[in-house]
Design a protein around this ligand. Structure first.
Ligand SMILES: Cc1cc2nc3c(=O)[nH]c(=O)nc-3n(C[C@H](O)[C@H](O)[C@H](O)COP(=O)(O)OP(=O)(O)OC[C@H]3O[C@@H](n4cnc5c(N)ncnc54)[C@H](O)[C@@H]3O)c2cc1C
Length: 445
């Protein structure tokens, strides 16, 4: 039978938590979870398959609504904070470590003070770190909980959202199978963001405009970043550039971690993560520049992809450059990289010149931020520092959503990174819980 009460598209944290919450509430409904990628043990993609981008993520759970999405704007700060605390407890119940970083107010206060002297704003954040190895284990356990209650089909990409008279009807897969439902939750993450935009256009939904963040991943000896990472596992720092007044920020700090390549929709970008049980000699983080565009331009994702593709075109993938080479106006070569005291953890990156890729505005903002950071963590702006490009983060295009995360189509909910409302594990998981509760409320009448 292809008829369900609830269909969830995408088995990332958002989709999984929606299913978990319904199962937890013991609502006797037929649920189908459709995932484009493969099972956990068979998947090769970093962002596609059981667990979504969460599977091989660094597993830093950011325990504040200030970071990782727009939930506080959509649901209100209090509600977002409550959901985050609730989801955090579920991660703990499934095996997340008890330790939380960033709780020592003396040292975070001192860091905030030093940051202010360097023209930086420190955003305090409590963080629980799962580590990539724990993420897969927890995802396996989620699957065990869901198996008896939810029909889960992997390797089953959804092609179309079906609607009738402004109400959701179901979905059609790429293979042409149709499934009907009363409630549809779409949570396709970054992997499905472009597909979703096309669907929103086809369904003629009103769109909100999100910013695009473009930058580089920075790799330094772990010792250099310790003044930050010893205080807070991930130090969130924000800077407004002198040259352009652009918002520039640190993102996804990975102490003792590795830099990795990430492929999505034919574009290769860079990312990073750390393991809970394995350390490298380096730490890495991203510096991202956020820009909002004005009318008539409406394609921030296309813009971000276009710039990332330039790096791919020049290098076949990811470019690596020593900061000293960038400042001296020359490309890095294998020999020059070998002279750096930082041994790159991403071996596949090609030495090159990021100034051929990044527009002047971005390059200037990034160099300014590195200089400011150097005052907090001396050595960050050393000539040996390695820069990998590009790192591009989109909030995917966001349809107009109600406070229940419902689109303009009745009973069609859009959540997680793919819907453009989150950009991290915690908020993605939290919005899954929020829609599950709303659906249960409607079902219970
Ligand atoms: C390397 C890496 C490290 C990260 N580290 C962290 C971190 O430390 N802390 C943090 O908070 N966040 C981190 N993130 C981000 C985090 O993983 C995401 O924010 C989160 O997973 C988003 O959850 P989601 O459920 O919205 O989407 P996703 O996790 O992306 O899952 C979406 C799923 O939907 C599937 N899908 C797509 N299209 C379709 C379709 N048409 N039909 C069916 N299924 C479809 C995809 O295959 C995917 O499995 C990291 C991400 C990466 C890639």
């Amino acid at each position: 039978m292809n008829q369900y009460d609830l269909i969830i598209v995408g088995a990332g944290p958002a989709g999984i938590f929606a299913a978990l919450e319904i199962v937890k509430m013991q609502i006797p409904i037929r649920i189908l979870l459709l995932e484009k990628g493969m099972e956990l043990d068979q998947r090769k993609s970093l962002i596609c398959g059981w667990g979504g981008s969460g599977a091989y993520s660094d597993g830093k759970l950011t325990l504040t609504p200030e970071i990782g999405g727009y939930l506080k704007d959509l649901l209100g700060y209090e509600e977002a904070a409550k959901l985050i605390a609730y989801v955090d407890q579920i991660y703990i119940d499934y095996g997340a470590p008890k330790e939380v970083f960033g709780e020592d107010e003396d040292s975070t206060g001192e860091l905030a003070h030093k940051a202010a002297l360097a023209n930086l704003r420190y955003i305090p954040a409590r963080i629980r770190h799962l580590g990539t190895d724990n993420c897969t284990e927890i995802l396996r356990k989620f699957r065990t909980t869901l198996n008896p209650h939810v029909d889960i089909f992997t390797d089953r990409p959804v092609a179309r959202i079906l609607t009738e008279n402004g109400k959701v009807l179901g979905v059609e897969t790429v293979n042409g199978e149709s499934f009907t439902c009363d409630y549809l939750v779409v949570a396709p993450g970054r992997e499905g963001a472009s597909w979703l935009v096309e669907e929103w256009k086809r369904l003629d939904l009103t769109m909100a405009r999100n910013p695009v963040d473009i930058g580089v991943r920075v790799e330094v000896p772990a010792a250099v970043l310790e003044p930050l990472t010893n205080v807070s596992f991930e130090a969130k720092l924000e800077y407004f550039s002198k040259s352009f007044d652009d918002r520039v920020r640190t993102f996804c700090m990975c102490p003792y971690g590795v830099v990795v390549m990430e492929g999505s929709d034919g574009v290769t970008t860079v990312n990073g993560h750390s393991y809970a049980n394995r350390r490298t000699e380096n730490s890495n983080f991203a510096i991202l520049v956020s820009t909002r565009f004005t009318d008539p331009f409406r394609e921030p994702i296309t813009y971000g992809r276009y710039i990332a593709r330039l790096a791919n075109l020049l290098s076949g993938g990811v470019i690596i450059q020593r900061l000293g080479d960038l400042e001296a106006g020359r490309r890095s070569t294998d020999d020059r990289i070998a002279h750096s005291i930082v041994r790159p953890t991403l071996k596949e990156a090609t030495p090159g010149d990021l100034s051929f890729v990044l527009p002047y505005r971005y390059l200037t903002d990034i160099l300014e931020m590195l200089k400011a950071l150097d005052q907090l963590a001396p050595g960050v702006a050393s000539r040996h520092t390695l820069l990998y490009g590009l790192e591009v983060k989109f909030y995917s295009s966001r349809p107009k959503l109600s406070a229940q995360l419902e689109t303009e189509i009745t009973n069609l909910f859009a959540i997680g990174d793919g819907a453009g409302i989150t950009r991290g594990l915690m908020q993605a998981s939290a919005c899954g819980v929020a829609v599950a509760r709303e659906i249960s409320r409607r079902i219970s009448g």
